[in-house]
Design a protein around this ligand. Sequence first.
Ligand SMILES: [Fe+2]
Ligand SMILES: [Fe+2]
Length: 361
Amino acid sequence: MAMNAAAAPDAPLVYSAEEILTDPEVREPLVANGVRCHGGFDADGRYRSPRTRHRLPAIRAWQARLARDGDGLVDIPRALIPPQYPNAAQTKLLLREGVRDPVVRTLTMISIIEGFGAIIRDVRVPELGQLLIEPCDGTSLAHLGGGLFEAHARDEAGHRDQGGHKQMWEAARDLALENPTVPGDVLMRFMGRRNASRGRERAFPQLDEGLERMLQTMATVLVVEVFAENTFAWGQQVLSDPEVSADPGGAGAMVGYIRADENPHVEYLRTALSEVRARTLRSVAGGTIPGRTVVDGLLHRTLHSLTTERPRQQREDLRASLGESMRAARDPRHLAEEFDALETHWTPPARTGFEPVDPTS
Ligand SMILES: [Fe+2]
Ligand SMILES: [Fe+2]
């Protein structure tokens, strides 16, 4: 479902929050391993993502407007996406050897991270009219607090009686691995790591703090959403393999539905960041800063740290209990060697593509 800004559809540029949150028409709801989830299937049997009846045309219209104004749309280079650890070959090896615990942990961690995506609704949207020089009417920026953050939060964590991505990943895990026992310490480890990564210095202390915090969160979430593409590809590869999955059709399709739902997240975030990039921000001291300096600076900082930190964290998380789990195998030492030999070696590219421009050159 690629969105083509050049198509310039004439959908309206202004929506109520209710419209942004409206579901498309579906004939049949999505039920994941007995849990009613969001989204559903239309008359042609095609999966439709939740809350996209107006949200998708709206994003396309805002993108078309950026293109008409000659402003670019930020794009995270796919070469920056770190490989998933363990990779698909390593994961399948573990499952074939009856070592399920690390895979159950990884899938549970993914579902927890999805659920935490709901914090996007707690991001306070500051008075943009006072903090930006150019007006924001008819932009995605003007709709962040008016439906876009809320739709995103509901997609990730579920809403009322409908499960979201958290429940859909749990279903994919439980279908493929036949309702495995989930280790009790996955959430605790995740929380410990979250607390340890707090308290970073501000990149743009000359900006209104609320504005910087919102833009930093959006930049981080955009990068995490784009990086998740490798996780989804990994999930589909593993969970739809009949050799290691008990329900290759059902579990693989579930990951495919989640993947489709992520598209509007990536698209509205990069649209809104691009709209800021095309504007001028007021500093607290009464001066101005080009939006481009701020957005590129935040993306550069986020990409630089996540391309190095994320692969290391994933590896550490898994290896903390890998040796213990491998004892379930017939020949643990041989398995460990084979597992390590399959590792994907990867170094982040030297440049993020968002390096600050030297004003003297
Ligand atoms: Fe998600
Ligand atoms: Fe998402």
